[in-house]
Design a binder for this molecule. Structure first.
Ligand code: SGN
Ligand code: CA
Length: 741
């Protein structure tokens, strides 16, 4: 037997070496556990203009640097956005939530509520350095970033302004190069090098108006860009709204801004407006000289041919297509060069081995398919987002993966990569199992994606929503009340809806069901889909602005939120209000006609910015019943969303949630019954701490359930007596919550 002392020493040595090994592997695991993330995000970059996607332009306009990422990693061939427009896509990337849930549903009037949970905030908390450089386009100031340097709104191509916390500054140079240089300089000297980082490197290019860098202005001279087979689509066999869009190469390109033609619009039949190219005024004399020398001769030739009658309608479309595509692809070239510089830097600095690199864009784009430019539609070209990723040691090199992925997945993926738990309210899923699966789809991965587009005046694309699985796409057009169904294998160009073909009836029904399931799963319904008021927008926006101004003049201890019944404190309830609330620093955020979705919009668009009350009093939902007969389930989910917003934004305030007041004269009135069903559900939202549920409905009703005319003459809106009863009933709760009269 060995000497026990020897054994002890041996064991100690063995243990310490084991420990050292464990430490070593822990250190290694740590570094690997916390990879850096370089998220390269450009604007409107279509898959067909990236050579690793293998599209029709791969030989004429290759993207060799983006392809380097693909060569070392994976190309996702079924990668989609949830709403094909800039701001919504960006808000989705940040939050891991569909645009209707994160509140940024369109580019006209939305403002990103930066107080909400985002992946940069969560990574920052976990010790990451976070940075965003380039296009932001979310209106509000970035939150959750250690460093941000963003373009003003869409930004300009030439000598653009950049905004930082110190203000706005115009810089000399070409936007794509400036953004690249800023990204590299942050990596080199702007960050705390002891920490892992996430860099959102976000190009403006190749967004409209497609202004190339001086060095690329002659790229593609003498080359003919191949035309897509659907350049002259007639929009037959699909929803009639397709014919009404305003994004056609044939009709919607402007003379000066898009087509870079000089002087007055000589051919209004073919070109819109005479709008000048705003970039020209910003150029230095040298930049302008290069520009004129590049476009001049071709413009002169075109004008001469037009004058000589040499170009018929189709030939003009073809000319415009060439002009458009060459400019677009020239812009892409600078983006690709920037990607090359980034990859070189990562290699040289040694960062490459522990850095995830993603190339992506906010949505796809039409490069003449269907005769279009722009995006917005749920058709493949704009529904798609490029998604190319390399992650040494995790993503196998050179694979193509056809799993259905979506921009809701990015935030969960980044968190998962950093070993930060993914919050359950994020709607996407971590892609890590898919990334590890090579060219396979892991078991249990999603079988369908949801899409929503709200409809904006720009480009006149009709609102629509839909679902896509691996073989079919179903689209619903609420304005025309039409379904379009596409068999993507037989009709990849989506030229003919088969929704009316009896042979497809089972598929149609199956997809309708899937769409409903997806929406239910995401909690998406009209009551939760943030919205501004339609026709009545003007008074409503004005009241919103006035209320925000009043909020600023605060402070307010008590804030009422609701619809016309709450707004009525300024009408029939005025005297009672004065008696009960004037001395208590109260604010009335009741807006006549509002449904839950409008309150959601208001709260996410500034009405909470300058209030910090002790108590909120919330009553909302009767218009969901009255205007639309929403299912009680939906209205209740709208109320729940409002409570979630209030809880997240004002954790110290109490919320008195009132049952929706009774409506209709008799107890069996359909709307009364529906409101009761809502009330049954929302009382469960009381959480014992912050949300207090209160039902004062008895105060208005006779014992037999009849709603007396003296209280509510229209069986909906209280008169003065009704407001008196409401105030009395609320009083004890307010006092209990620390608001003595
Ligand atoms: C601008 C463009 C539109 C484009 C939107 C949204 N017009 O309004 O063509 O659809 O931006 O683009 S422009 O003449 O001003 O360029 S997005 O990328 O922000 O969604
Ligand atoms: Ca965009």
């Amino acid at each position: 037997m060995k000497h026990p002392g020897f054994f002890f020493v041996w064991a100690a040595m063995r243990l310490s070496s084991l420990f050292a090994a464990a430490c070593l592997s822990l250190a290694a695991a740590r570094a690997e556990d916390r990879p850096n993330i370089v998220f390269i995000f450009s604007d409107d970059h279509a898959l067909n203009a990236i050579s690793s996607y293998g599209g029709p332009l791969k030989d004429v306009a290759p993207t060799p640097n983006i392809d380097r990422i693909a060569k070392d990693g994976a190309v996702f061939t079924r990668s989609y956005c949830g709403n094909s427009i800039c701001g919504p896509s960006r808000a989705t990337v940040l939050t891991g939530k569909h645009s209707v849930t994160n509140g940024f549903i369109d580019n006209s009037g939305s403002r990103f509520d930066g107080t909400q949970q985002t992946f940069p905030k969560l990574l920052q908390k976990a010790g990451y350095q976070t940075s965003i450089i380039g296009k932001w386009h979310l209106d509000s100031t970035p939150t959750g970033f250690d460093h941000w340097e963003i373009l003003n709104s869409q930004g300009m191509y030439y000598n653009p302004e950049f905004i930082t916390s110190a203000g706005s500054k115009r810089e000399n140079g070409y936007v794509t190069d400036l953004i690249t240089d800023k990204a590299l300089s942050w990596l080199e000297s702007g960050r705390d090098k002891s920490k892992p980082f996430v860099l959102m490197f976000q190009q403006k290019a190749p967004h409209r108006n497609w202004s190339p860098a001086a060095r690329h202005m002659h790229l593609f001279d003498g080359v003919t860009i191949p035309e897509p087979p659907t350049l002259f689509d007639d929009y037959a066999n699909r929803d009639e709204s397709l014919k009404k869009q305003a994004m056609q190469i044939a009709n919607d390109f402007s003379w000066g801004n898009d087509m870079k033609l000089p002087g007055e619009n000589l051919y209004p039949k073919f070109f819109t407006g005479a709008d000048r190219n705003g970039e020209l005024q910003r150029m230095t004399p040298e930049q302008l000289a290069t520009w004129n020398a590049a476009y001049g001769p071709e413009n002169q030739k075109f004008l001469a041919d037009m004058k000589d009658g040499k170009l018929d309608e189709k030939a003009v479309v073809r000319w415009k297509y060439q002009r458009y595509m060459k400019d677009y692809l020239r812009c892409v070239r600078a983006v690709d060069e920037g990607v090359g510089k980034m990859l070189d830097y990562l290699d040289k600095s040694g960062l490459a081995k522990n850095t995830i690199v993603i190339y992506c864009a906010d949505q796809g784009f039409y490069l003449g398919e269907h005769g279009w430019f722009d995006k917005r539609w749920m058709f493949e070209e704009s529904l798609s987002m490029p998604f190319i990723i390399r992650w040494p040691g995790v993503v196998p090199a050179g694979v193509r993966n056809a799993s259905l992925i979506q921009n809701i997945d990015y935030a969960p993926t980044f968190l998962d990569a950093a070993h930060v738990p993914v919050p359950p309210d994020m709607q996407g899923r971590s892609l890590i199992p898919v990334l590890k699966a090579g060219d396979k789809t892991p078991d249990g991965w999603r079988d369908a994606i949801y899409y929503f587009y709200s409809g904006e005046t720009t480009h006149a694309v009709a609102p629509h929503e839909g679902v896509r699985n691996s073989g079919y796409k179903l689209m619903w057009f609420p304005k025309t009340k039409q379904w379009n169904l596409f068999d993507l294998k037989k009709d990849p160009q989506e030229l003919k809806s088969v929704a009316d073909d009896p042979a497809y009836a089972p598929i149609l029904e199956g997809l309708k069901k899937r769409l409903a399931e997806l929406k239910a799963g995401y909690g998406i319904n009209p009551a939760t889909t943030t919205a501004q008021r339609g026709e009545e927008l003007q008074w409503w926006r004005q009241r919103h602005n006035e209320k925000m101004k009043l909020a600023k003049e605060g402070p307010h201890d008590l804030v009422f939120i609701g619809d016309s019944i709450t707004q009525g404190w300024e009408g029939p309830g005025k005297e009672i209000w004065t008696e009960y609330y004037a001395g208590r620093k109260a604010l009335n955020l009741g807006f006549s006609g509002d449904r839950t979705e409008h309150v959601i919009w208001r709260l996410m668009n500034g009405e909470l910015d300058n209030v910090d009350p002790k108590v909120f009093v919330l009553m909302i939902g009767t218009n969901n019943t009255g205007h639309r007969m929403d299912p009680a389930e939906d209205t209740a989910s709208g109320v729940r969303r409002i409570l979630d917003i209030l809880r997240a934004r004002k954790p110290d305030a109490k919320i008195v949630l009132l049952s929706v007041f009774p409506r209709g004269e008799k107890a069996e009135d359909k709307m009364r019954v529906r409101n009761n069903e809502i009330n049954e559900r929302i009382k469960a939202f009381a959480d014992g701490t912050q949300v207090i549920h209160l039902d004062v409905n008895d105060r208005f009703l006779n014992p037999d359930g009849l709603l007396p005319k003296e209280i509510m003459p229209d069986f909906l809106h209280p008169q003065a007596e009704g407001y008196k009863r409401w105030a009395e009933a609320l009083e004890p709760t307010l006092v209990k919550l620390g608001l003595p009269k």
